[in-house]
Design a protein around this ligand. Structure first.
Ligand code: BEZ
Length: 253
């Protein structure tokens, strides 16, 4: 059973503002042009969607989280609560953009089928997500802490970090032409401690446990990684690895 991650926009802003800040290279790869119609898939609180609007694009943001969509709308963005596994759009967009969202979408084939249908012929799909190996040390420590309590993390793990070959095949399988695909190791300094990051991003892992044990687990994981991910003077670093790609819906079928 999958627990739905709750997105508290204030907590997100505190612990995860860097996600949008580090997303600018994906915007550069998209190279948005004024007037283009763009779908931002997993738009979150709209921090990056807003940049696309500033380029003069007509942007629709979609996100499964009503809290995040509310925050995006407060920026004046046309944001809608939509499950990315069931996109309703047909031949509408010049481009689909996605930053740090696809790794929350475990049924990738359904998502990619919807993206393909949403694009006009010749439209582009430009995105970045976690690649295989992303936050591997954190994930392993989390799974070990759960195992010590007799909990199997597999059924509750909400993350999907594909290899480039795996994702390339999925894109091709839906009819895309893959233009580029890069794996980018990007150790990332966190704005707070690791427990804060876990509270923001790893809620689903601890959902099977009583609330009183959840914070305890995150502190235990943090302590187990102190030697590897803490620099001793205030900075925690997450072992991020990104998968950044550009693909195209062929002009002719
Ligand atoms: C990421 O952006 O790489 C990420 C997000 C949530 C959980 C783990 C990793």
């Amino acid at each position: 059973m999958n627990h739905r991650q709750a997105w508290d926009p204030d907590r997100y802003a505190r612990n995860a503002r860097f996600v949008a800040e580090l997303g600018m290279p994906v915007v550069d790869l998209l190279a948005p042009k004024p007037g283009e119609k763009i779908l931002d898939l997993g738009c979150g609180d709209g921090a990056l969607t807003e940049k696309l609007v500033h380029f003069g694009c007509r942007v629709v943001g979609v996100d499964a989280s009503a809290e995040q969509v509310r925050a995006a709308r407060a920026r004046g963005i046309d944001a809608r609560v939509i499950d990315a596994h069931q996109l309703p759009f047909r031949n509408q967009f010049d481009a689909v953009f996605s930053n740090a969202a696809l790794h929350w979408m475990r049924r990738a084939d359904e998502v990619l089928a919807g993206v393909f249908l949403a694009l006009k012929a010749g439209g582009r799909f430009v995105a970045e997500c976690g690649a295989s190996g992303n936050v591997a040390r954190i994930e392993a420590a989390l799974c070990a802490a759960l195992a010590r309590r007799g909990v199997d993390a597999d059924p509750v793990n909400p993350w999907y970090f594909p290899t480039p070959d795996e994702y390339r095949l999925k894109l091709i399988g839906q009819g895309f032409r893959v233009v580029r695909m890069d794996v980018i190791p990007r150790p990332t300094a966190l704005p707070g401690d690791l427990a804060g990051w876990l509270e923001t991003f790893a809620e689903a892992f601890v959902a099977p446990l009583p609330p009183s044990q959840r914070r305890e687990i995150f502190l235990e994981v943090q302590e187990s990684l102190r030697g590897e991910l803490y620099d001793g003077s205030g900075t925690w670093t997450a072992d991020y690895v990104r998968l950044r790609f550009a693909a195209e819906k062929p002009k002719t079928p």
